[in-house]
Design a protein around this ligand. Structure first.
Ligand code: AMP
Ligand code: MG
Length: 312
């Protein structure tokens, strides 16, 4: 069901009035608030149970709006925006003072992107304000790729849920910091490292060690993107009620095998909805076949690795 003009108008009004709006982007559903309203942004952290140390991505409708929230606009930002916006690439840049500290976990930088989903763009345009929006799920949980996922997990903590159908990219945006020299890949995603390097040359990657080390970028929690059912990478051992997500070889030891798409884009698009569908308590274990090591798979492998982190 497409979102009606009426719903859009109401959602935009809610945003301007300090409300919380769940809306589709091409990556996952977002939980949005007016980024310039610190009280509204506080409600995001509350609704998600998200620690204030985890910065939010600010969604804008144009390079112009992005620039209004930054103190500088590096030439790399211009080139990357030209190539990838609207789309699933978040750029971290020195932030302007008008943006409240709560949005960025008091960092001096802000993560910005122009989403390509028509409902997301129309919403930001109608509201006329930048929209801070993390994924619309409880902290550390699995991101929602449908409006039903949002309703199941956040329910009445949201003022309105815009239903734009299933998301097409399916995993969270690539996050690239332009505040370092060279630029640093903070979170891989479906805009691959190679695709970025074609535009701005060599970039650095925040290795797994730095994620939890003393110089960690806030918000890069290891245990994230997790279903309730334990996840492992590789074949299950026999004796569990296990389901195995495979692309190449089904597992003899699994109770059930589920065939996943061969292609990276299609795999990403269906991964979270597959996990949501299996996360009902029916399985003791979700096992996932190891993925290829090419850069187009890096974002997907990253999410699966974090989904498979053991609970503390
Ligand atoms: P989410 O909104 O849950 O998809 O995640 C946003 C992620 O983007 C955070 O967890 C950070 O890893 C990253 N991020 C957002 N803003 C910044 C920033 N200013 N500096 C560094 N990383 C950021
Ligand atoms: Mg999230």
């Amino acid at each position: 069901m497409p979102v009606t003009d009426d719903e859009l108008r109401r959602a935009a009004e809610l945003l301007r009035a300090g409300g919380l709006v769940a809306f589709p982007t091409e990556t996952v559903y977002g939980l949005g608030a007016n980024a310039l309203d610190s009280r509204a942004v506080e409600r995001i952290y509350k609704a998600k149970g998200r620690p204030a140390s985890s910065p939010l991505i600010v969604h804008v409708d144009s390079v112009e709006m992005a620039r209004s929230l930054t103190t500088e606009w590096p030439s790399e930002a211009g080139a990357l925006a030209e190539r990838f916006w609207p789309g699933p690439l978040t750029l971290v840049i020195a932030k302007a003072a008008i943006l409240p500290g709560i949005v960025t976990a008091n960092l001096e930088t802000v993560g910005l992107r122009v989403p390509s989903h028509p409902v997301a763009l129309a919403l930001i345009r109608a509201a006329g304000v930048p929209v801070a929006a993390p994924s619309a799920n409880p902290f550390t949980g699995l991101s929602p790729t449908t409006a039903a996922h949002v309703r199941e997990n956040l329910g009445d903590r949201v003022d309105i849920v815009l239903d734009g159908g299933p998301t097409t990219v399916g995993i969270e945006s690539t996050v690239l910091s332009l505040a370092t020299q060279p630029a640093t890949l903070l979170r891989p995603g479906m805009v691959s490292r190679e695709a970025i390097e074609e535009v701005i040359g060599r970039i650095a990657a925040a290795g797994p060690a730095s994620v939890e080390g003393p110089h960690a970028s806030p918000g890069m929690h290891q245990q994230h993107y997790r279903p309730r059912t334990p996840v492992i990478i590789g074949e299950p051992s026999p004796g569990h009620r296990s389901v195995y997500l495979y692309r190449e070889h089904p597992s003899m030891a699994a109770t059930e095998n589920v065939l996943m798409p061969r292609d990276a884009r299609a795999y990403a698009a269906s991964l979270y909805s597959t996990l949501h569908g299996l996360d009902t308590g029916a399985w003791e274990l979700i096992a996932v076949e190891e993925l290829p090591s090419e850069s187009e798979w890096a974002g997907i492998s990253d999410r699966l690795r974090r989904a498979a982190q053991h609970r503390p």
